[in-house]
Write a protein that binds this ligand. Sequence first.
Ligand SMILES: Cc1ncc(COP(=O)(O)O)c(C=O)c1O
Length: 379
Amino acid sequence: MGFATDAIHAGVRPDPATGAVMTPIYQTSTYVYDGLGRGKGYDYARTINPTRSALEENLAALEGGKAAYAFASGMSAIHAVTALLKAGDHVVVGNNVYGGTYRLFSKVLEDFGLRFTYVDTSRLENIETALDPSTRMVYIETPTNPMMILTDIAAVARLCRSKNLISVVDNTFLTPCFQKPLALGADIVVHSTTKFLNGHSDSVGGAAIMAQAAHAERIKFVQNSAGAILSPFDSWLVLRGIKTLPLRMRQHDASGRVLADWLTRHPKISKVYYPGLKDHPQHALASRQASGFGGMISFLLADRVDVTRFFDSLKLCALAESLGGVETLVCQPSTMTHASIPPEERQRLGLTDRLARISVGCEDVEDLIADLDRALASA
Ligand SMILES: Cc1ncc(COP(=O)(O)O)c(C=O)c1O
């Protein structure tokens, strides 16, 4: 089936009890047995829940994986994936991953004996150089948040296969609508479903989708053991959100292109980071490994712009963390989403207080331009 058909139908079947077309919210903690040793395949809702299962089947179909598991947040999905490792193992990580991922790795998991080396994964040789005999995993985000740097997924996957390493890709920014890491050879995809997959800024969740049955089996075991499951209601919200994912992504992408182009021509903007721009250094890779550029744009406010005034003057664009909703959100990554990255590392990446990030929503793009134009004029 085509992607839009799968988005609407995969994992979703009329409810066997009533024929309800929409998967019900099975708000239950447990299930009755027909008799001793005779259950219906459902025992306890931490282990399995029909609403969550429908979402998981849907996600596995969209990403082209063997199995998917839905978690309480993107971070808990990422945490579960690291449970494939053991003390002493080493991971090579992109040096511009989401701040919360960096915090989990550096401030939590290092205490459990895992080691992490952060490199610019846009250059394959940086990954090769960072490998050591205990390296077990390469973890990348592409495009990165917020610098919009790309990594060649197929090249990383090939390298990992040749060295028997697990390749993990955070696909939150582009979603399987535009980018399919498993088809490019990666082993595991992680998502913050909080973002584009749910798309309505009303649920926090995450997912891990595995290409290999052995990884899937272990992640399922970890999820059941640690218990960071997505609730039935949130599972239902994400399943519902995904039905319009292709429509929404098309709009995010179309408006993203228009807005990025407009920003490049604005005299108070000194640089625009958007893979859809022809002068983005990895525009060719972006066109090759993804079928859209999406709605995430970062831009640098020129020196003469009063940064605080710019953010404070926005009216339609909400000043807020997070991304991927139908409403446009703008943030200052250095003080908001990426505050947990050490200041010298932020400086090195170019992640200064002058950098703004916009998650372009589905409003009329003319209204977004008018709002940004007014805020820039007053700053
Ligand atoms: C790219 C990316 N990955 C993972 C996460 C973490 O997801 P969550 O906030 O749902 O735990 C985020 C959150 O902003 C993100 O932007």
